[in-house]
Design a protein around this ligand. Structure first.
Ligand code: ADP
Length: 464
């Protein structure tokens, strides 16, 4: 059965309170009553001895008993429920409560047994008699017999005490039950209210309102973490949604230009405005190539711009890698008469070799694209203790100050008309940045229009 946090908590609190109260009452009743009983029994013994002591004082030096005083003692004892009998050493009865007032003694004993029985139906009590001999100068001069209701007896006051005790226990029990219930409800409220609010925020997010945030402040650690996680989730969803929308519109925009051109060419040829010759077909072919390249770039983008880009790390020599790439580009550099130089020690780094290769290809092909004939490209690798710095510097067209902050964004091209001829879609640097960031490295650019551009990549040698 699924119950709410509130019911669950309140019930558990109540159950604990009930168990505690139950245990406490059992222990209290058991131990307190036992203690109280032994106290009553000791008290009885003490009273008996007091009476014996009082009677002993009534024995005169000439071997006689002061009968009137003994009678007073006997009567006052009787009023306390004690039946006193005094015999002298020869066994002769000096004073006997039974003889003095038999009816009252009987009545009293009956009353006592009734009282005890009404409260403890299983109580095995009855008339008991204790004997005490009175010694004077080590000689027994008399025997006192004290009869009482035993083994113990609770008088009115004792019963009131016991009842009060029980009543206190019951009240404490009821009080703690109510307290437990209230605490349970309050605790549950403090727990479930913020959770419910976070849930309703999460529900709104799941319905597509990615901009809502939970502002739940709680002193409970888990709830704070929940709020934080939900907010992070919403933020990521919001960002992804934005990226998705932007990507779609960017792609549509990028595709439109070559498609419109192609459509225009084809329509002109169909309508006979243009003659169908190989020159015109070549123009169409170029547009198709452009579209194809864009699609290829998009493929790369989806591969590398994935947030959870998986890195396949190995330890390799970047300098060696760069030298190899320069050889691959040799033909293109030569055909533009661009001079390429490489400087640097052998540098080992731990990174994803394929992806770092992609980074280097992007930077090198940019330097090739944006440097006019007879230019210079310098590639350098530097050892910065725990980092490796790779720089690609050219003396090409450069990037204007206004464009510089945006060149790493997707589909951003500094000079639209120029780039259309060179063919880039503005995706290369976006991919480059994603790869470097996945490696927890950084990329920087220094550039001046008409002077040249330098890209500087910093990457940790030991990838953490
Ligand atoms: P593209 O495919 O257009 O080259 P990139 O993302 O690689 O896309 O580069 C974005 C823009 O940054 C380019 O269009 C270009 O204007 C500018 N850029 C990149 N590298 C250089 C460079 N070495 N020199 C001058 N401009 C550059």
């Amino acid at each position: 059965v699924r119950s709410s946090l509130r019911t669950r908590l309140s019930l558990s609190y109540m159950l604990i309170a009930m168990i505690c109260v139950f245990l406490i009452s059992i222990f209290a009743n058991f131990f307190l009553e036992r203690q109280f009983r032994s106290y009553i029994m000791k008290n009885q013994e003490r009273k008996n001895k007091e009476i014996v002591e009082l009677i002993k004082k009534q024995y005169t030096s000439n071997g006689l008993w002061r009968k009137e005083i003994i009678e007073n003692i006997g009567v006052s004892s009787l009023e306390q429920g004690l039946i006193v009998k005094l015999k002298d050493s020869s066994g002769k009865v000096i004073w006997d409560a039974m003889a003095y007032n038999h009816g009252m003694c009987q009545q009293m004993m009956f009353q006592m047994s009734q009282n005890m029985y009404s409260r403890y139906p299983n109580f095995k009590g009855g008339y008991k008699e204790d004997k005490y001999s009175i010694l004077v100068n080590l000689k027994e001069v008399g025997i006192v017999e004290i009869g009482y209701y035993g083994p113990f007896y609770f008088n009115e006051n004792d019963l009131i005490f016991i009842n009060t005790l029980n009543r206190i226990l019951v009240s404490v029990g009821l009080f703690s039950l109510i307290l437990a219930l209230l605490t349970g409800i309050i605790m549950a409220k403090r727990l479930s209210m913020p959770i419910s609010r976070v849930i309703s925020t999460a529900r709104m997010i799941s319905r597509g309102s990615f901009e809502v945030r939970s502002f739940e402040k709680s002193d409970i650690k888990e709830i704070n973490e929940l709020t934080l996680t939900i907010n992070n989730l919403a933020e990521n969803l919001e960002k992804n949604e934005m990226l998705r929308q932007r990507l779609t519109s960017d792609v549509a925009h990028e595709l439109r230009t070559p498609l419109t051109t192609l459509q225009g060419y084809l329509e002109a040829m169909i309508d006979g405005v243009w003659r169908l010759d190989s020159e015109r077909l070549k123009s169409c072919h170029e547009e198709v190539i452009r579209i194809n390249r864009l699609v290829g770039d998009l493929e790369k983008l989806s591969k590398y711009e994935n947030q959870n880009l998986k890195l396949n790390k190995t330890n390799f020599n970047v300098s060696e890698l760069i030298r190899g790439l320069i050889l691959n580009f040799e033909h293109e550099y030569l055909s533009k008469r661009i001079e390429v130089t490489f400087r640097g020690e052998e540098e080992m780094i731990t990174a994803d070799k394929d992806k770092i290769t992609q980074v280097l290809i992007n930077l090198m092909s940019n330097s090739l694209k944006y440097t006019p004939e007879h230019g210079k490209v310098e590639i350098e690798v530097k050892d910065l203790k725990d980092k490796t710095q790779i720089s690609v510097k050219d003396n090409g067209v450069g990037i204007s100050e206004e464009d510089l902050p945006f060149i790493f964004e997707r589909f951003y091209r500094a000079d639209k008309s120029r780039s259309r001829i060179t063919g880039g879609a503005g995706i290369g640097l976006a991919i480059t940045k994603s790869i470097i960031e996945a490696h927890k490295g950084s990329i920087k650019v220094n550039s001046k229009l008409n002077e040249g551009t330098e890209f500087i990549v910093l990457i940790s040698k030991k990838y953490l």
